[in-house]
Ligand binder design. Structure first.
Ligand SMILES: *Cc1c(COP(=O)(O)O)cnc(C)c1O
Length: 390
């Protein structure tokens, strides 16, 4: 059976409301990197991230040009400088770690725990102690990630961070709408980073946001995102700045997307639950679900691991190629940063978890365009593959 239309991993979806905000921006000649859509999009995000959660009423949002820019600004505000070390999750997309190098700092990679697949808090603690012993200095920041929207063990990570007094830049690029112990992912760290790239939970065509702890730090983020121009009648600069602010046009798309964000999240979760049910009795295939009720993932992507011993040596890549022949896009899990040639000289603290996930895991299609029938077809093919019938 060949699908006639391509089923994508996670394709963006316009609500129809985006055009109105863009038209308004054109009508008012607000086609610049500030304006009413940027202000309103930030307010919408702030309301979303602190919804039903008074403990998060202090957070403020700075909309920027990408999730990568948000992480970079978070590191700048955390005081990361040339020669510093920054503790990074190894199992992630390169954009979590690249901004460390923009600051002339060195990433130190930490492996994952097997429950959430994110930064192992115990290994983090051991690694910080070892860095202090080896270099005589504390790492300057910690960047945990909520990979595939699955919340990291933030209580434990924040406990380690507080004990060592190290700021946390929380990479929530894949986790808009995920909650951990009732709080929005992206609101635990000193700063949080969101992404609105084309394939994320919502899109602004390209964009991101920095979640800040108060008005003052948000103002500081906007200052650095707009070339660090001091308050003088002429252009006075006392710091190196960046051109990272979101445009009023992109923010118009974001405002439209916010009107369907809850629907999108509900749909991702519904598909994940369906995958989990349909795959629950398939030997050798495990759906990656919430480890316990502390976590409420957005299931940006649904992911599985395949045990080669129970599936006659089935590899994720064999599965990927089979789905490609059906015009279904799947993807291997992220290749850990400590295995990447570009980071071969960076220190790494490993436990085998992320390298095993890389060799065994696969991302399955999710998002607004994927239907329950698609999931049934995909799960049926996985069942056949695992049983050696294809
Ligand atoms: C997408 C992503 C980023 C970067 O976001 P951009 O908006 O694409 O710059 C950072 N970290 C993770 C984990 C991501 O998935």
């Amino acid at each position: 059976m060949t699908a006639t239309r391509r089923i994508h991993l996670c394709l963006c979806h316009m609500s129809g409301n985006e055009q109105r905000y863009i038209d308004e921006a054109f009508a008012d000649n607000w086609v610049v990197p500030l304006g009413p859509n940027v202000d309103a999009f930030e307010k919408d995000l702030q309301a979303f991230m602190s919804k039903d959660d008074p403990s998060r009423s202090h957070i403020r949002i700075a909309a920027v040009s990408s999730g990568t820019a948000a992480i970079h600004l978070g590191l700048v505000l955390a005081g990361v400088r040339a020669g510093d070390e920054v503790m990074c999750q190894s199992f992630t997309f390169a954009a979590s770690a690249n901004p460390v190098t923009y600051q002339g700092a060195t990433p130190v990679f930490i492996d994952s725990e097997p429950q959430s697949w994110n930064m192992d808090p115990e290994l983090l603690d051991t690694a910080i102690a070892d860095r202090v012993a080896k270099t005589g200095r504390k790492p300057r920041a910690i960047i945990p990630v909520h990979l595939y929207g699955m919340p990291a063990k933030m209580d434990e990570i924040m406990e380690v961070a507080r004990r060592w007094d190290i700021p946390v830049v929380e990479d929530a690029a894949e986790a808009l709408g995920s909650r951990y112990k009732g709080h929005a992912c992206g609101t635990f760290g000193t700063y949080g980073a969101l992404s609105f790239n084309g394939n994320k939970m919502i899109t602004t065509s390209g964009g991101g946001a920095l979640v800040c702890p108060d008005d003052e730090s948000r103002a500081r983020a906007v200052f650095f995102a707009t070339q660090a121009r001091e308050a003088f009648p002429y252009y006075q600069h006392e710091h190196i700045g960046y051109n990272y602010r979101m445009s009023n046009i992109c923010a118009g798309i974001g405002r439209g997307q916010m009107t369907v964000l809850d629907d999108h999240i509900a749909h991702h979760r519904k598909l994940a639950a369906l995958y989990a049910t349909l795959l629950s009795d398939v030997d050798g295939v495990e759906f990656h679900g919430n480890p316990d009720n502390s976590s409420d993932a957005n299931f940006w992507l649904s992911t599985i691991t395949i045990d080669p011993e129970l599936t006659g040596g089935l590899t994720p890549d064999r599965m990927r190629l089979h789905f490609e022949s059906l015009n279904v896009e799947t993807r291997l899990l992220w290749k850990p940063m400590h295995m990447q040639p570009v980071f071969k000289d960076a220190p790494a603290y490993t436990n085998g978890v992320s390298s095993r996930l890389f060799s065994r895991g696969l991302c399955l299609p999710s998002g607004p365009w994927v239907t329950a029938e698609d999931v049934e077809m995909i799960a049926g093919e996985i069942r056949k593959l695992a049983a050696g019938k294809l």
